[in-house]
Ligand binder design. Structure first.
Ligand SMILES: [Zn+2]
Length: 421
C-alpha cells in the first residue's frame, strides 16, 4: 500500500480531500465533461465565505477545482502534497496508485504534462511565469490534465503574480494550478489569487509520525528516528538529514552551544559571527556543486572550445547567457544562506522554548532532549519571564531577516538580547 500519498506524513484530512478530488477529476474525464466550461467547481471570489457558485445539492469540497493552494509550516510537506496530487490527477486509475506510468513519471519529475516551478532565487519573475502560463494552456499530451506546480508561490514577484492571476481567473479547461505557500496571509499570497483557489492546510506533523516514516521509508533505526524527529520539530526533511548526516548533527550541536557561550558583550559578538559564518559555509557547500555543473553545461551548450560552424554564432549570445546564469546562481546562494541561518534560529528557538516550558512546569516533551539539562538550568536562572524574552528575541531575529534586515545586524542584536535577557 505505497501509493503516491504515502509520504505525506500525519496529514490524514488533507489526503482524504485530495483523494476525493482526484476521483472527481477522473470522473470528469470519463464523462468527457472536462472541456465544458462548467465541469469543474470554480472557487470563485465568494467561495471563502459561502460556495455560492456551486450548483444546489453539490458539495464543492468533493469536487475538483482548477486552482489550489497548499499551506503549512516549512517541512510539513506542501510540495510533497502538491506532487502527489499531480500524480493522482495523471494516474490512469485516477487514484494515485503509485504504479502506473502516469504516477511514476509525475513522481519522477518527467511527466510531459506536469510543470514544476522551483524557484532557486529569492523570487519568481514575470518572464518565467508568462512562459509557464502560455505552455500550461496547451492541450495535455497525455490526454488528462496540464498540471502546473508552483513551489514557494510566496516568492512570486507582483508582476508574476498578476500573470498567474490572469490564468487562474480564466483557466483553460484542462489546466490545474497547484500553489505552495507558508500561509494564505496577504504577505504570502495576494488576496485576489487566494480568492480563486481552494486551500488545503497542512499541519506540522507530530514527531511520532515523522519518526515512523523515517523508519519505514529510510530504514533508520527507531531510536535515532525518534530523536531526529523531535529535534527537527516536525520538519520531515530536516529530521532525515539529522538522522543521516553527521555534518548536520555537528552544525546543530554548535548552534545549541550558543546559550552556554554568551558570557559577555564580546562573546555575544563572537557567537553572532560564528553563527553567520557557519550558515555561509553550509550554504556554500550546498550550492557549489550545482554551480560548477551548470556552468560547464552552459559552456558546452554554447560551444565553448568548439570549432564547428555553429560555435562562432553561439559565442555572440554567450556573454549574456553566462551573466544571466551568474545572476541566478548569486540569487540562489543568498537564498541558501538565509535558509541555513533560519534552520539555526529554529534550533535555537527550540532551546529557549524548552527552558520556558520547564520554567512553567508544562507537561510537554523537550524539543532538544540532548540539551534538556542545560535548558533546565536556564529555566532556573531566568524563570519563565526571562526564558520567554529570550525566545522572543530569537523569533524577532527571524522576522527581521525575513523583512530584509541585514542578517549580521539582526543576529548581533539577538545575541545581545540573549545575553542580557
Ligand atoms: Zn497511477
Amino acid at each position: 500500500m505505497t501509493d503516491v500519498f504515502a509520504d505525506l506524513v500525519g496529514q490524514d484530512e488533507a489526503v482524504t480531500e485530495l483523494r476525493r478530488a482526484a476521483a472527481a477529476a477522473a470522473a470528469v474525464l470519463r464523462t468527457g465533461a472536462a472541456d465544458r466550461a462548467s465541469a469543474l467547481v470554480a472557487a470563485g471570489p465568494a467561495s471563502a465565505a459561502e460556495p455560492a457558485s456551486a450548483p444546489a445539492g453539490v458539495d464543492p469540497s468533493a469536487g475538483m477545482t482548477h486552482a489550489w493552494i497548499f499551506t503549512g509550516p516549512p517541512g510539513s510537506g506542501r510540495s510533497v502534497a502538491a506532487r502527489a496530487f499531480a500524480a493522482a490527477l495523471q494516474c490512469v486509475h485516477g487514484t494515485g496508485c503509485g504504479e502506473c506510468p502516469g504516477c511514476r513519471t509525475t513522481m519522477g519529475g518527467t511527466h510531459a504534462d506536469v510543470r514544476l516551478v522551483v524557484p532557486e532565487g529569492l523570487s519568481i519573475g514575470v518572464g518565467e511565469m508568462r512562459a509557464l502560463v502560455l505552455r500550461a494552456a496547451s492541450t495535455p499530451s497525455g490526454g488528462r490534465w496540464q498540471v502546473v506546480v508552483i513551489e514557494d508561490a510566496d516568492r512570486l514577484t507582483e508582476a508574476a503574480g498578476n500573470a498567474l492571476l490572469k490564468a487562474i481567473e480564466e483557466p483553460p479547461p484542462r489546466t490545474v494550478f497547484l500553489l505552495c505557500a507558508p500561509s494564505t496571509h496577504p504577505d504570502d499570497i495576494s488576496v485576489t489569487i487566494r480568492s480563486r483557489c481552494r486551500v488545503v492546510p497542512l499541519r506540522q506533523p507530530p514527531a511520532t509520525a515523522v519518526a515512523e516514516v523515517l523508519v519505514r521509508r529510510d530504514g533508520i533505526a527507531p531510536d535515532v528516528a525518534q530523536w531526529a524527529a523531535a529535534a527537527a520539530q516536525g520538519h520531515v526533511g530536516r529530521a532525515r538529514r539529522l538522522a543521516r548526516d553527521p555534518e548536520a548533527r555537528k552544525r546543530r550541536e554548535a548552534v545549541l552551544a550558543v546559550p552556554r557561550r554568551l558570557t559577555g558583550v564580546g562573546a555575544a559578538f563572537d557567537a553572532a559571527s560564528a553563527l553567520i559564518e557557519a550558515a555561509e559555509a553550509e550554504a556554500e557547500a550546498s550550492v557549489t556543486d550545482s554551480d560548477t555543473t551548470e556552468r560547464a553545461a552552459l559552456e558546452t551548450a554554447l560551444g565553448a572550445g568548439g570549432t564547428g560552424r555553429g560555435a562562432s554564432g553561439a559565442i555572440r549570445g554567450a556573454a549574456g547567457q553566462l551573466k544571466e546564469l551568474e545572476k541566478r546562481q548569486k540569487s540562489r546562494a543568498t537564498r541558501a544562506q538565509r535558509d541555513a541561518l533560519d534552520r539555526a534560529l529554529v534550533d535555537l528557538a527550540g532551546f529557549y522554548r524548552d527552558a520556558l516550558t520547564m520554567a512553567l512546569r508544562a507537561p510537554v516533551a523537550p524539543v532538544h532532549t540532548d540539551t534538556a539539562a542545560l535548558a533546565g538550568a536556564g529555566a532556573q536562572k531566568w524563570d519563565a519571564e526571562g526564558s520567554l524574552r529570550r525566545l522572543e528575541a530569537v523569533l524577532a531575529c527571524r522576522a527581521a531577516i525575513e523583512a530584509n534586515v541585514k542578517p549580521r545586524i539582526a543576529v548581533e542584536a539577538m545575541m545581545l538580547a540573549l545575553w542580557k535577557g
